[in-house]
Design a protein around this ligand. Structure first.
Ligand code: NAD
Length: 332
């Protein structure tokens, strides 16, 4: 089987080439994003391996299908970038990596909280300039604060346990409740109650029509003054303009985002010599209480190993028409 990769980076090649030793597929890597403009790169490929910002809309899927592509393997958990209806109509099989080291993302969410709270990024630079003063570095204890978790699937559950470990009161909201978390003393409440009582709100639900701009002008109004909002899930969960207004009015005290609604034009690239035309991200980055990381929450050795093995295993199952050990890996 020949597999063509899009949005691939040197680390993808390293981990996939290693995992491929047990599969022996032919792997072809392209750095460019997948979209209508690059379809000519596909040459006799059975499968396409895509990442979070590759566009798999009906037009792209139809062209892929015409070129003989049978399988789409997403090397990520989220699948909001694929038109599943169109894929189904075209008879394409689609897989994803449903759970790869959820702790990688959960730990990054906590790293963002601690950075924003204890200002270690500022302390690091300050001390290097021989400034040992503490003014402006004061934080707050997480112990006994209220941390709200929206979405308690694989990542949200891992995050809720970490938050509990800090001695925080953890509130959760999800459309399905996780008994293991309840046994640990984590309380499921309504979204309204979570928003109104949490000092920190961390988003871990998928991006869907029902969760698009979950954080908006109205939901911000319900939150506590000086709230911290953390988004390591998908950019579209947040109405960025409303959040900027909340930061300007000081209703929002801290914002940590690893994802951004317009990230496909920015993230995973070195733009240090470029003029950024996106004024919204520039405004966000200008706030001293905003931390932006460029979709790196998944980026640990353990996660990359699991992503590579799981993606190639799914393709092998498709090829051999086998049942999947984890049915959540098959989208179609
Ligand atoms: P998951 O499917 O295990 O869990 C998602 C949870 O959200 C489920 O429990 C589901 O019931 C819940 N949910 C659905 N709709 C909801 C709603 N309206 N309100 C509240 N909860 C709702 O997914 P996961 O593996 O935990 O991943 C969560 C998200 O994290 C993914 O959708 C993906 O977008 C994102 N992600 C980001 C990175 C990164 O590097 N930043 C990496 C992996 C995943």
């Amino acid at each position: 089987m020949k597999v063509t990769f899009f949005s691939s980076k040197p680390y993808d090649k390293e981990f996939f080439d290693k995992a491929n030793q047990q599969f022996n597929f032919e792997l072809d890597y392209f750095e460019t994003h997948l979209g209508p403009h690059v379809l000519n790169l596909i040459d006799h490929s059975d499968a396409v391996c895509a990442f979070v910002n590759d566009k798999l809309n009906a037009e792209v899927l139809e062209s892929l299908s015409k070129k003989g592509v049978k399988y789409i393997a997403l090397r990520c958990a989220g699948f909001n970038n694929v038109d599943l209806e169109a894929a189904k109509r075209l008879g394409l099989r689609v897989s994803r990596v449903p759970a790869y080291s959820p702790e990688a993302v959960a730990e990054h969410a906590m790293a963002m909280i601690l950075t924003l709270d204890r200002k270690t990024h500022k302390a690091y630079n300050r001390v290097r300039e021989q400034n040992f003063a503490l003014n402006g570095l004061m934080g707050f204890n997480l112990y006994q604060k209220t941390i709200g978790v929206i979405g308690t699937g694989n990542i949200g559950a891992a995050f809720a346990k970490i938050a509990k470990g800090f001695g925080a009161r953890v509130l959760a909201f999800d459309i399905t409740e996780n008994q293991e978390l309840k046994n640990l003393g984590i309380d499921y409440v309504s979204q309204e109650q979570l928003l109104s009582e949490s000092d920190i709100v961390s988003l871990h639900c998928p991006l869907m029509e029902s969760t698009h701009h979950l954080i908006n002008e109205d939901s911000i109004k319900k939150m506590k003054q000086n709230v911290m909002i953390i988004n390591t899930s998908r950019g579209g969960l947040i109405d960025t303009k409303a959040v900027i207004n909340g930061l300007k009015s000081k209703h929002i005290g801290y914002l940590g985002i690893d994802v951004y609604e317009q990230e496909d034009k920015l993230f995973f690239r070195d733009l240090s010599h470029t003029i950024i035309e996106d004024d919204t991200i520039q405004r966000l980055m200008s706030f001293p209480n905003v931390l932006v990381t460029a979709h790196q929450a998944f980026f640990t050795q353990e996660a990359l190993e699991q992503i590579a093995t799981s993606t190639l295993t799914s393709l092998s199952h498709f090829e051999k028409n086998e049942d999947f050990e984890n049915p959540n890996a098959v989208l179609i």
